[in-house]
Design a protein around this ligand. Structure first.
Ligand SMILES: [Zn+2]
Length: 262
């Protein structure tokens, strides 16, 4: 199957890729997926912390969660899967071909690896947005403010509004993580970009995602019905497998370098 994929890749003029948590997991980034203890942070269901209702009620708790995640992600490095995708983009560009990467991951490791044409469907944990004026900026501060500069003792901390990061544009609004929370819509322009890529590509790769969540589940269908060949690369079987022209099970960090070596 690899040989057929290689010849497909060679003749493709536009390659689009969708990546998900599986790619980050290979960099040891915890994903809070599934059920049971995997989906819990300090005994909170993550879906109950990463949501607008939690922010309304207790923004300090929400920032405590994101401060923790930023701390966890801060020292993580991109892996061979990220590298293979960045190398592929460069190679295709040199051949005057098009490459676009759509990711569900918020860790920005694709950028660290050198990818350029990246659409972050769920935002970035390294960006903040002012709740008052909407200003978005990069922010790599860990801890997010000095108030969060304490080892987690396991005790219940309570952060007040004055502990939270503030907008520096003079409006004094509170900054929030610029990520898409559960119950929030993805940005229109990001969705449009993702759909355009799926429609226009001639090879669509789905990597490290179960393809259960929208719009991921639609994108492979759109690519297929627009005439693209499709490939799924994932540790385990996914619902998208039986629709795909190519299926490779295993670690993306091991499979991609081989798949792209043409
Ligand atoms: Zn502001």
């Amino acid at each position: 199957m690899k040989e057929i994929f290689h010849s497909q890749l060679k003749k493709s003029r536009y390659v689009a890729v969708l990546t998900g948590a599986g790619v980050s997991a290979e960099s040891n980034i915890p994903t809070f997926r599934g059920s049971g203890s995997n989906s819990l942070w300090k005994n909170h269901e993550v879906t109950q912390v990463a949501c607008p209702q939690a922010w309304e009620k207790d923004p300090g708790l929400v920032w405590e969660f994101y401060n923790y995640r930023r701390k966890m992600m801060g020292d993580k490095k991109f892996n061979l899967a990220h590298k293979a995708l960045a190398d592929l983009e460069k190679k295709l560009q040199d051949q005057q071909k098009t490459f676009s990467l759509i990711t569900q991951n918020i860790d920005d490791l694709h950028f660290d690896a050198g990818s350029k044409n990246v659409t972050r469907l769920h935002g970035s944990i390294w960006m903040v947005r002012c709740c008052k004026c909407g200003y978005v900026e990069k922010n790599r501060e860990v801890p997010i403010t000095n108030a969060f500069n304490q080892e987690s003792s396991g005790e219940k901390n309570h952060y007040k509004v004055e502990d939270l990061p503030k907008c520096k544009q003079g409006c004094d609004g509170i900054l929030r993580p610029n990520v898409v929370w559960f119950g929030e819509s993805l940005s229109k322009s990001n969705i449009n970009q993702a759909f355009l890529s799926a429609q226009n590509c001639d090879l669509f790769l789905v990597i490290g995602t179960s393809s259960l969540v929208q719009p991921a589940s639609s994108l492979i269908q759109i690519a297929k019905s627009s005439g693209a060949k499709t490939a799924v690369i994932n540790l385990e079987e996914t619902v998208a497998d039986h629709d795909a022209d190519f299926v490779f099970h295993g670690k993306a960090g091991e499979i991609l370098p081989e798949l792209f070596s043409v």
